[in-house]
Every structure is written in C-alpha cells, then in structure tokens.
Design a protein around this ligand. Structure first.
Ligand code: CMP
Length: 143
C-alpha cells in the first residue's frame, strides 16, 4: 500500500461521517476519489447545470450562491471548509445544480463521480442518513 493511500485513509477516517465506513468500503472510496485543485475565484459548480460530481473539501474554503428566479442577483447562502461537502443535491434529486459554488481561496477537493457516490456512500445507511439530512436542511434554507 502506498504512503499516499494510507495517509488518505487516515485523513478520511477523521471526517465524521466516513468513520462508519468499513475498511473495505473505505478502501473502495479511496480508489474512487479523484483529487482536484481550484484557484481563488474559480467556479466549481454553476447553478442550473447538470451535475455528476460530489465534492469533499480537503483544504481551503468555498462560498455557495443561490439565485432565485430569472432576475435578481445571486445571494451568498453559505461558506464551507475542510470536511464539508457539496454537490450532493443534483446527484440525489436528479435536478439541475441548486447553487453556484466558488473557491474563496486556493483549495483542494476529493471528488467522487455520481456512480461511485451512489454505490459507496449512499449505500451505507448511516452515511446516507447524514447526507440526506444535510440536503434537506440546505433545501429548506434556500426556500
Ligand atoms: P448541488 O445542487 O448538486 O450543487 C450546488 C451545491 O451547493 C448543492 O448541491 C449543495 O451541495 C450546495 N448548497 C446548496 N444550497 C446550500 C445551502 N443553503 N447551504 C450550503 N450548501 C448549499
């Protein structure tokens, strides 16, 4: 096992909700995760687009902007940091992206494609419950 692999495994175990993944799933998760970097100001997700990726923040910070209706300007609804995730809504609801997400500083992410997100995370009842709970709160606060 490479050093990087074991470092990543230790890091992921510290993210509360990954803690309940069994070793087998954790290893599968690590193999499926892709790393991505973003520069300050970079747009990671655009509201209204079709989404196929889930993001877990490793380092840095992002802001979430929601624009309601056809006109009006986007409003900042949240700032997320290390250990937080985003991009779950479109993958779970099959609706277009509900917000625009922009890196506030140079940031690093672990990215999971929809298929792996469903197979590895949403098939674990504890993790699915946490993600669904966060999703409902976010949807409610955007109304
Ligand atoms: P998704 O709709 O796939 O893409 C935009 C993401 O922004 C969304 O998933 C959530 O992960 C995130 N998001 C939307 N609304 C909020 C909110 N009120 N607070 C935090 N994150 C949000």
């Amino acid at each position: 096992m490479s050093d990087e692999f074991s470092r990543l495994r230790e890091a992921l175990k510290k993210v509360d909700f990954f803690y309940s993944l069994s070793m087998g799933y954790l290893d599968e998760l690590i193999r499926a995760l892709k790393k991505r970097k973003a520069a300050k100001g970079e747009e990671l997700i655009k509201q209204g687009e079709i989404g196929d990726k889930f993001y877990l923040i490793s380092t840095g910070e992002v802001s979430v902007y929601v624009k309601k209706g056809g006109f009006g300007s986007p409003k900042k609804v949240a700032t997320l940091g290390p250990g937080d995730f985003f991009g779950e809504m479109a993958l779970i609801t099959d609706l277009p992206r509900a917000a625009t997400v922009i890196a506030e500083e140079p940031s690093e992410f672990f990215v999971l494609y929809k298929r792996d997100f469903k197979k590895i995370l949403m098939s674990n009842p504890k993790i699915a419950a946490i993600i669904n709970d966060v999703l409902s709160k976010r949807r409610a606060s955007n109304r």
